[in-house]
Design a protein. Structure first.
Length: 275
């Protein structure tokens, strides 16, 4: 495959922002994470990624991804043969960064996104792509038929873009079909949700968040028994993760924490256990 020979067509642009963020981060001397595959994908896709250059939120997407990576890595350390399901996988490469050689993986996304993924990735005995909406209950049949628990579901930058009724249905589906499983997800509260038209990256694409969640504890109102195991903002990451960040990133996050900006404090990264 030569550079710039993959054209996007109708693929959602929002999946390109975190991809480019990881590629840019990988080039830094001191990086939050390294993702050489992201660099390869960016080089192969015919898109003007330069429109995202210099945007502060690129680092935000990298920090979010890094935290989700840590949750997946901790899960696999406890359950080496467990199953990880990437909901709305986009062009994520978490498998390449965290796979332990024993786990079962599923990459779930809409058919046009999976078509793009198949340009770069292939199914293996341990890794399967599923072309379906997360709101389509049939994908759960595929996962349960081809794997066993325990399960961790990673829904990174996915559920906030659903209507609230659809997000509620997804939580219900996961709880019904995969009780006791872990779910990593992000939520957007009022200060973040209401300013998305002014967001440095989202303002450049058409997609908009639809589900406004002021408190991740709301999930327990939807499905009694949901337990919030961890919830963080980008300015208040887990101490072990923060301590491993490059010094310039630590300084930037400390400055953000001091400002307590609603658009930062109302965007949360959460790990929950389903009932």
């Amino acid at each position: 495959m030569t550079e710039r020979d993959v054209r996007l067509g109708t693929i959602q642009e929002t999946l390109l922002i975190p991809l480019y963020g990881r590629a840019v981060e990988t080039r830094k001397q001191e990086a939050v994470l390294r993702d050489p595959v992201a660099e390869q994908l960016v080089a192969a896709i015919d898109y003007d990624f330069a429109r995202f250059d210099g945007l502060p939120s690129l680092l935000g997407t990298v920090l979010r991804t890094s935290l989700f990576d840590r949750w997946v890595a901790h899960f696999l350390a406890e359950h080496p043969t467990g199953t990880v399901v990437e909901i709305g996988t986009g062009l994520n490469t978490r498998y390449e960064r965290t796979d332990n050689g024993r786990a079962r993986w599923f990459d779930l996304d809409l058919p046009d996104v999976i078509e793009l993924r198949r340009t770069f990735f292939t199914d293996t005995p341990r890794r399967t792509m599923i072309a379906a909406s997360v709101t389509d209950v049939a994908w759960a049949d595929t996962v349960t038929a081809r794997s066993g628990g325990p399960y961790l579901f990673a829904a990174e930058a996915v559920l906030p873009y659903l209507e609230e009724t659809d997000a509620r249905d997804v939580i219900g589906l996961l709880a019904d079909r995969f009780p006791g499983s872990l779910l990593a997800l992000d939520t957007s509260g009022p200060g973040h949700f209401d300013t998305q038209d002014e967001h440095d990256a989202l303002s450049k694409v058409e997609a908009r968040m639809q589900w406004n969640c002021a408190d991740p504890a709301q999930l327990a109102e939807w499905r009694p028994g949901v337990e919030v195991l961890a919830t963080h903002t980008l300015s208040n990451l887990p101490a072990p993760m923060y301590d491993e960040l490059p010094a310039p990133v630590q300084d930037m996050l400390s400055g953000l924490a001091a400002q307590r900006l609603p658009r930062v404090e109302d965007y949360r990264l959460n790990l929950v256990r389903l009932p």
